[in-house]
Design a protein around this ligand. Structure first.
Ligand code: IVH
Length: 680
């Protein structure tokens, strides 16, 4: 492909892919299949690799993450990014309405919107292309997080053709609740502390330096404000519709309200129905609809006079704290959990609430016997927010955080800078052993789906397994007939479950099949603290095999992309334990993959024993593609022509020296077509 052809093809692909994204994300009307989309995207990726000079700033390949930034550039906002004043009662909204009417008269309309709980962002489009995405910062200047924002699929990289030359819009980057839960599970699995709520998760993610990691996080964005006036648009509501037409995601739940009564109805409706949304809202925003009236009303130093936020009241109840349990998680983290006198809260009966860690217990000064305030506001898990001191019984004693693991008796440790206490007995503490086994078999690790939490429990309780290598020693006869009695629970009677032939067979098969799992997944499956899926991939790619990784020094570890001191320390500590080396040896003996596989998807052996040199420019394939085809058909690529070369595949513009050398060495020169014939 010539440069000119590549450039044209890239332009066309970018345009088409952006249009398909618009149809998918904005119109919810996809016109091609996901498979076709991925094929075109792959084609674009390949072309961009070969012709990096033609990469466009609105290329959808940037969605998977661009360059790593050490620091974000500071950008001064063209229009200051203000905040809103908050209200908490109907009375305060009535006051707001009265203030507005005093200035603009009685013909006023409001737009009520959800108040999204994330972090605000300003998007700047020039000639329809996303140029910059800037955080609020201090309102005057913020951080340029464009590379991270480009990974959010619902943010168009190119707007529809009606876009003005310069267009700025503001909105909120959020994380979905479902995505937040999955992310936190994954974090807990590798010993990372979970995010407190989706807002923290969204804001932590947007400030990460590697857009590649950001691309894997479930971020979304709602846009809600255009700071500069647009020609022929008179109301805020119309400006939202215009943004929608450009392909931007706006909330479908905004509504025009004509008076206080309608505003209150909107609030009451969403106070109940926000429970059903997959994102968090902490209130309602009420805005004057007419842009002319907005102008008349103007701004205070901090916020517009034409808008106000109403914050939902978090539902709160009082109930006695009966006792505190200390739970040991799969990574050894100790979580104090409060047992409460059961109480009705926001539609469910609450019996337990997490107290998170020792610092929070101390901060709240909760004592056993206290009557505590429990809230389930925007938060997902009910939390204790305070103590009703008036009801404190004289005998209530401060809570003493435990010093020993409640499961195995080991002395707990608390690392500097971390809030949680840990049980360091990772290889012998029962919940940690079981947790490690569950992690080992999980989908993203060894993916042994014939086993699950329940079966792991049974095998562990029957003393058949205490570490992952034991799984590979299991025999059919050991499994057959293995049984467990599940005690009666409420209405459910006592139940006995036992493994039959099929179950035993499936377990053995599943365990055996897992031996083909690639090295990076095996590495992740080992459950080394802080070595999540991405880190495992990077370590595997860098060190190629477990022996190299095991030998790596601190300095060698930290040069790997994304590996910081904390991860390096954790890897070194893990490999320093004889039990872990023994585990690896046993797993190796069982045939698990501890080396990166050389990736060649085998297509045929038509070229086995043949060697090739590829030179020049081709019309149907890139040079790399031809080289890949050679390997996939069993052939070998050579760097230069010698008497060992069987063929020279020559494209256009091949250097004359190569041609001469081939002729001199008697190496047959073949064309792209002839090569195709050889493999067809
Ligand atoms: S309008 C000049 N609309 O709430 C006013 N803000 O407490 C611009 N927010 O900084 C803001 N949802 O980050 C507006 N529908 C919505 C909103 C919203 C969430 C955030 C925004 C703002 C903060 C104010």
């Amino acid at each position: 492909m010539t440069k000119e052809e590549a450039k044209n093809r890239i332009t066309l692909l970018v345009e088409q892919l952006n249009q398909y994204s618009y149809e998918y994300y904005s119109l919810s009307m996809p016109t091609i299949s996901d498979y076709e989309f991925d094929q075109l995207l792959k084609e674009l990726e390949t072309l961009e690799k070969e012709f990096p000079e033609f990469i466009q700033s609105d290329s959808p390949t940037l969605r998977v993450g661009g360059a790593i930034s050490k620091e974000f550039a500071t950008v001064v906002h063209r229009y200051p990014m203000l905040s809103l004043s908050n209200t908490y009662s109907e009375g305060e909204i009535a006051d707001f309405d009265a203030r507005i009417r005093k200035v603009v008269g009685d013909s006023v309309e409001y737009v009520c919107e959800l108040k999204f709980d994330g972090l605000s962002i300003g998007l700047i489009y020039e000639n329809g292309v996303l140029k910059q995405a800037v955080t609020r910062g201090d309102g005057v200047q913020g951080d340029d997080v464009s590379n991270n924002v480009r990974t959010i699929k619902t943010i168009p990289l190119r707007l529809q053709p009606e876009a003005p030359e310069y267009f700025e819009i503001r909105g909120e980057v959020i994380m979905t609740i479902s995505g937040f839960r999955t992310l936190n599970n994954e974090r807990e699995e590798i010993g990372e502390s979970p995010f407190a709520n989706p807002r923290n998760a969204a804001s932590g993610t947007l400030k990460m330096q590697d857009p590649g990691v950001v691309a894997q996080r479930p971020l979304d964005c709602f846009l809600y404000q255009i700071p500069a006036p647009l020609p022929e648009i008179d109301t805020h509501f119309e400006s939202l519709q215009f943004a929608k037409k450009l392909g931007l995601k706006i909330s479908e739940d905004a509504a025009i309200c004509h008076n206080l009564k309608e505003i209150i109805e909107f609030i009451n409706h969403w106070d109940v129905h926000r429970e059903n949304l997959d994102y968090e809202t902490d209130g309602i925003v009420i805005k004057v609809n007419s842009l002319l009236q907005q102008k008349q009303l103007g701004f205070t130093a901090k916020s517009p006079r034409w808008a106000i936020a109403y914050k939902f009241q978090a539902e709160q109840v009082e109930t006695p704290l009966l006792s505190i349990d200390f739970q040991v998680g799969r990574t050894g983290a100790i979580t104090p959990v409060a047992n409460l006198k059961p109480v009705q809260l926001a539609g469910t009966v609450v019996k337990r609430a997490s107290l998170h860690n020792a610092d929070i217990i101390q901060h709240l000064d909760v004592r056993i016997g206290d009557t505590v305030y429990v809230e389930k506001g925007g938060e997902i898990i009910p939390k204790i927010v305070g103590v009703n001191i008036d009801k404190r019984p004289p005998e209530a004693m401060p809570v003493k955080f435990i010093g020993y693991c409640p499961e195995c008796g080991t002395v707990l440790i608390k690392n500097e800078g971390e809030a949680a206490h840990f049980c360091p007995n990772e290889d012998h503490c029962p919940p940690q052993i079981k947790g490690k086994l569950e992690h080992f078999i999980s989908r993203k690790a060894m993916n042994i789906d014939s086993l699950g939490e329940g079966k792991i429990d049974m095998l562990w309780e029957s003393d058949l397994i205490s570490n992952p290598a034991d799984l590979y020693d299991l025999s059919y006869n050991q499994l057959l007939g293995l049984s467990k009695v599940i005690p009666a629970d409420g209405d459910k009677p006592e139940k006995k479950i036992s493994f039959r032939e099929k179950t035993a067979e499936n377990i053995i098969k599943g365990v055996s099949k897992s031996k083909d799992t690639p090295f990076q997944k095996v590495l992740f499956a080992l459950g080394i603290r802080f070595v999540g899926e991405t880190v495992a991939k990077k370590l595997a790619a860098h060190f190629q095999n477990i022996n190299n990784l095991q030998k790596a020094t601190f300095d060698e570890l930290i040069v790997v992309e994304d590996i910081g001191e904390r991860i390096a320390d954790s890897v070194l500590t893990w490999f320093a334990r004889a039990e872990h080396l023994d585990l690896i040896n046993r797993l190796k003996t069982h045939g698990l993959q501890f080396e990166m596989e050389i990736k060649t998807d085998f297509l045929s052996d038509k070229l086995t024993g043949k060697t090739f040199v590829v030179s020049g420019v081709f019309s149907r394939y890139s040079r790399d593609e031809i080289k890949q085809l050679i390997e996939k058909h069993g052939g070998k690529n050579l760097g230069s022509i010698s008497s060992q070369t069987h063929y020279l595949i020559a494209g256009e513009k091949m250097g004359p020296a190569k041609k001469a050398k081939a002729e001199k060495s008697g190496v047959p020169i073949i064309s792209e077509d002839q090569f195709e014939d050889m493999i067809s």
